[in-house]
Design a protein around this ligand. Structure first.
Ligand code: FES
Length: 510
């Protein structure tokens, strides 16, 4: 199974790409076209298809290619934005609505698994959040109170499932976990069996029109009465690019020498926090641990994130071997809640779901329910709360935008200068550099065979300069998270085009 990076996640292991049914492009107007074949696209597509809408999922690569294939698959009502913060920013009623939406999302996953007989290692779990100093303990008490008020089933615990010293711990009941690729493929099969159509390798390049939308794609022209971008941030330039920041998180699947695999989900309270759980895949148990999150393209040596994570874990766990390590991308919303609903600046029948933070598995199913309600004209109490057009003033919004832009200047300062193409020979195998060569900018990677791969580092979204991600061998954009492979091929939106490929031989001749 393919994914958007050079590393291999546990969820790709022994999985082959999902092969959709062969379907010809039709002249008919679909009720809904969903852009993106990740967990949001598939869960929403299935729900809409079951509600009587004729849907098509257009996936630019293959099912689960993006973040859904790189998640660590925690299903939580204990959200990344804790209930005390939701209560403070949006009110107690909103916190209760978020809690109920998250509980309903887990129930929806459970009912999908049962209705479609999806064998994906789903299990209910308890989730433990633990403090390790007095300041964290005070914060944990606030989280506990607000979680209780929001309707979570929570209580204090005197032990946690990981061998780490702690001061206080709170347990959330009714959480869960699963094997995300197996679940995703089960959804895809159920969607097709319900009459839905999936196109792999179908990149949507433009959308025009109003009531009936005309869509240009790499597979040809299509028509639809409604469109959903399930691509994290939508392509093009949109308000949401300034309200969601791209982050990378690092995960490992570890074999323990002593077999003391944690029972339950566990989270510390550092920023960024570490997270833990156990999953059995094909008869093998793994500790799945993660952390070291940072803004995309804000870390010069992303391999060092894995090294730091391993060093931290080895203090507490008897690591027998690291079977898989991978990183993936998520989008952090500026005010802490996701954006699900009508996409601002677009016709009224264009929708989006993004800004899930670290709760993508749960919020994907909140989006499935909410977008189905909106499109089938049902009233939902969540519509206003998660509206992408909400105008809630956000403290720190200016810093949020500035921080993304600042990194561009920082990275440019580290550029390598050369007036001689031969100097590129100094780049080591497996290394990449952004070079100023005779006034032009080149982003160059030397592969294991010594071949140079050169692209123009100007991101095709709105021209920020990409930075090298050595852990995933990709060029990542610090501004809105577009990512490209070593030859400039687009891996992640919001860009719509590949980076310009540069022929170095031709350039040297010139
Ligand atoms: Fe927006 Fe690169 S992703 S400029």
């Amino acid at each position: 199974m393919k994914r958007d990076g050079a590393s291999t996640s546990l969820w790709q292991f022994s999985m082959h790409d999902y092969q959709p049914r062969e379907t010809q492009l039709s002249d008919m107007a679909y009720d809904v076209i969903i852009v993106g074949g990740g967990i949001t696209g598939l869960s929403t597509g299935l729900m809409l298809q079951k509600s009587g809408k004729q849907c098509l999922i257009a996936e630019a690569k293959s099912i689960g290619f993006g973040t859904s294939g790189g998640t660590t698959a925690h299903l939580n009502t204990a959200m990344d934005t804790p209930y005390n913060e939701i209560e403070k920013s949006f009110g107690a009623e909103a916190a209760a609505l978020v809690r109920k939406a998250a509980s309903d999302a887990i129930s929806l996953i459970r009912s999908n698994i049962s209705a479609h007989h999806i064998d994906c290692g789903f299990s209910e779990q308890q989730a433990y959040i633990y403090s390790q100093d007095d300041e964290q303990s005070q914060e944990l008490e606030k989280i506990f109170e607000a979680s209780l008020n929001a309707g979570c089933v929570v209580h204090y615990a005197d032990k946690i499932p990981v061998p780490i010293d702690f001061k206080k711990a709170v347990v959330f009941e009714g959480q869960a976990q699963f094997h995300p690729s197996k679940y995703l493929f089960g959804l895809a099969k159920a969607f097709e069996e319900a009459g839905g159509v999936i196109f792999n390798d179908c990149r949507v390049t433009s959308v025009s029109g109003n009531d009936e939308l005309e869509i240009d794609s790499s597979r040809g022209k299509m028509k639809t009465n409604a469109l959903i971008y399930a691509t994290h941030v939508p392509p093009g330039v949109n308000l949401l690019h300034f309200r969601c920041a791209p982050y990378r998180s690092y995960a490992m699947a570890i074999k323990l020498a002593d077999s003391n695999y944690p029972e339950g989900l566990a989270y510390d309270m550092y920023d960024p926090y570490h997270y833990y759980r156990t999953q059995e895949v094909d008869g093998q148990k793994y500790l799945i641990a993660g952390g070291e999150d940072h803004k995309t393209a804000h870390e010069e040596n992303t391999n060092a994130c894995f090294q730091r994570l391993e060093a931290y874990l080895s203090k507490y766990f008897a690591i027998g071997g690291i079977s898989f390590k991978w990183s993936s991308q998520y989008y952090q919303p500026v005010d802490g809640l996701p954006y699900i609903g009508h996409l601002p600046g677009n016709p009224s029948n264009v929708y989006v779901a993004t800004g899930y933070g670290g709760n993508g598995m749960t919020y994907s199913h909140v989006a499935a329910q909410l977008l189905t309600d909106i499109i089938t004209k049902k009233v939902s109490p969540l519509e206003k709360l998660f509206s992408p057009s909400r105008t809630k003033p956000v403290a720190g919004f200016n810093d949020f935008v500035k921080e993304a832009a600042d990194v561009v200047g920082t990275l440019i300062g580290k550029w390598f200068h050369s007036d001689n193409i031969d100097a590129l020979g100094e780049i080591a195998k497996g290394e990449a550099k952004v070079v100023k060569y005779e006034g032009d900018q080149l982003a160059i990677f030397k592969d294991a065979d010594g071949n140079l791969h050169a692209v123009n580092p100007a991101c095709t979204h709105i021209d920020c300069k990409v930075a090298w991600n050595n852990a995933e061998e990709s060029w990542d954009c610090p501004c809105h998270g577009s990512r490209f492979n070593i030859d400039g091929e687009m891996l992640t939106a919001p860009a719509r085009k590949d980076l310009e490929k540069i022929d170095l031989r031709k350039k040297a001749d010139e």
